[in-house]
Ligand binder design. Structure first.
Ligand code: NAD
Length: 498
């Protein structure tokens, strides 16, 4: 059986003695084991990072950027291999796996311009003979803890920026699909990254705790579910670290009466069921405004959902593949039963779905609920599966209030032809990322990604300038070069520019 190990100081390194199963979600079979480590394995990664980081920070930013250029070319060359590896452990279809990698690569493209971004600020003559300038310096060693659902993109969000600005990085990927992150680290080495700057340590809670407690790790970026995000944030901050921790989501799509419903149904099918709903920017709640809109939307949604093709992740015609594990499939099916018990109308039931020849695969059929109410747990909680819930709203204000009051505030979308309504909605909704006729408003790499409320703890977003801010600290220098003539000021009074 293949064992997925660590990657430390530019080479494969033994992981811990505990092991966890890595499944092929298409077949339900265990395809590999991942070695779960803790403090001892982490220490090796920290030692390697510590030894390598000063020279990397002193390397001029153009040279650091050249590694990013090389890495981008290598990932593009290896796209098919990476997408198949990702798809075989995660279960998302190949085209979507390529999208996962491509969205990460777009952050690497941003990092190719890091010299420009790191130029700092300068004021000549801030006082008599005084100049002030600031510089952004790396933190030292940063760590990233990533979820299973984007094993390509999210590691690249983090290590791309952290490394480009001069840090060493330790990545702790999800134990459910750990192979792609190791492969990315190998390609970074091939691209010219010095050994020890990017290390991958495999593990679960034990490794996460070791990272949070390690005194030599200055900053931790986390993406995963909200309870764990909050835990990571609290423990990391208590240990004196800088922490950004992105959590779960329950994104709403508001459908105004004037929306183009054929377009909406097409968008919703992809946004609710693509990747089997295992996206933090999925759209699992749709809010038609007005009864007429609700009835017209429902009538169009039912055949669209019944026409979805669920297949193995290598099936080029499949709309989506299996979910990640049997435990996750059971969790989703429990939520479907809970929805029924809570009194929502189960319109399309995806439970008990099997694929001929793949009877043990972790498949869940597309599911649609109507008449979901805000008091229901199935509305309040994240299901993270191919389940779409219709929550009817009487008018714009009621629709606006739903995502605004929800515990999660990651993404939201409004579908309308009315520019005024869209503008009002974008300005007033209490959510971090807004789409206007865009179902999955994941910002491009040079903007930043981050939700509000329980979707993100800490105050800095992922990638773009927010990422640069997170992975650097500012040093501000106030300088004067006296010419020898006494300036007569009172050295005992706090200097002012008055
Ligand atoms: P998860 O919270 O189970 O795991 C995330 C990471 O935390 C993994 O590396 C895991 O090993 C580690 N972990 C798990 N249990 C832990 C514990 N008890 N203590 C410490 N660490 C622990 O999340 P997941 O199931 O891998 O990913 C899905 C979740 O991630 C969903 O909630 C989804 O919405 C969220 N997500 C959020 C974003 C975002 O940017 N907001 C992006 C992608 C995914």
């Amino acid at each position: 059986m293949r064992i997925v190990e660590n990657f430390i100081a530019g080479a494969s390194a033994a992981g811990g003695s505990r092991q966890s199963d890595v499944f092929d979600p298409n077949s339900g079979q265990v395809q590999a084991k991942v070695a779960l480590g803790g403090a001892a394995e982490l220490q090796k990664a920290v030692d390697a990072a510590k030894a390598a980081q000063p020279a990397w920070a002193a390397t001029n930013p153009q040279r650091r950027a050249r590694v990013m250029f090389n890495f981008k070319a290598l990932v593009e060359q290896h796209m098919d291999e990476l997408a198949h590896m990702l798809s075989s452990e995660h279960g998302k279809v190949i085209a979507d796996a390529k999208g996962d990698i491509q969205r990460g690569l777009e952050v690497i493209e941003f990092c190719c311009g890091i010299p420009h971004v790191l130029k700092g600020e300068y004021t000549q003559g801030a006082g008599p003979g005084i100049d002030v300038y600031s510089m952004r310096q790396p933190l030292g060693i940063g760590a990233g803890i990533t979820p299973f659902n984007f094993p390509g993109m999210i590691p690249m969000w983090m290590f791309g920026v952290a490394i480009a600005v001069g840090n060493a990085f330790i990545l702790k990927p999800s134990e459910r699909d750990p192979s792609v992150p190791v492969r990315l680290a190998e390609l970074m080495k091939e691209a010219g990254l010095p050994d020890g700057i990017l290390n991958v340590v495999q593990g679960d809670k034990e490794m996460v705790d070791a990272i949070l407690d390690h005194p030599d790790i200055s900053a931790v970026s986390f993406v995963g579910s909200s309870d764990i995000a909050h835990y990571v944030y609290s423990r990391g901050v208590a240990a004196g670290k800088r922490v950004q921790a992105m959590g779960g989501a329950k994104n709403h799509g508001i459908v105004m009466p004037d929306a183009d419903l054929d377009q909406v149904v097409n968008d919703l099918a992809g946004a609710a069921f693509g990747s089997a709903g295992e996206r933090c920017m999925a759209l699992p709640v749709v809010v038609p405004v007005g009864e007429d809109t609700a009835e017209r939307l429902k009538a169009k949604l039912i055949p669209a959902i019944e026409g979805l093709r669920v297949g193995v992740s290598t099936d080029a015609d499949a709309h989506y593949g299996p979910v990640v594990t049997a435990a996750h499939k059971a969790k989703i099916e429990n939520y479907i039963q809970m929805g029924v018990d809570e009194g929502a109308e189960l319109v399309v039931d995806g439970r008990g779905f099997t694929l001929q020849g793949h009877e043990n695969g972790f498949f869940v059929g597309p599911t649609l609920f109507d008449h979901v109410k805000t008091g229901m747990r199935t509305y309040q909680e994240e299901i993270f599966g191919p389940v779409l819930q219709i929550v009817r709203a009487a008018d714009f204000e009621e629709a606006l209030a739903l995502p605004s009051k929800h515990q999660y505030g990651n993404g939201v979308a409004i579908f309308t032809r009315n520019g005024h309504a869209a503008r009002e909605f974008a300005a007033r909704v209490n959510v971090g990322m807004v789409g206007i006729n865009v179902p999955i408003p994941v910002p491009v790499a040079y903007h930043t990604f981050g939700g509000w409320k329980r979707s993100a703890f800490g105050d800095t977003n992922q990638h773009g300038m927010e990422g640069v801010k997170f992975w650097t600290k500012v040093k501000t220098v106030t300088a004067r070069w006296p010419d020898g003539s006494a300036d007569g000021g009172n050295a005992f009074v706090i200097p002012t520019m008055g």
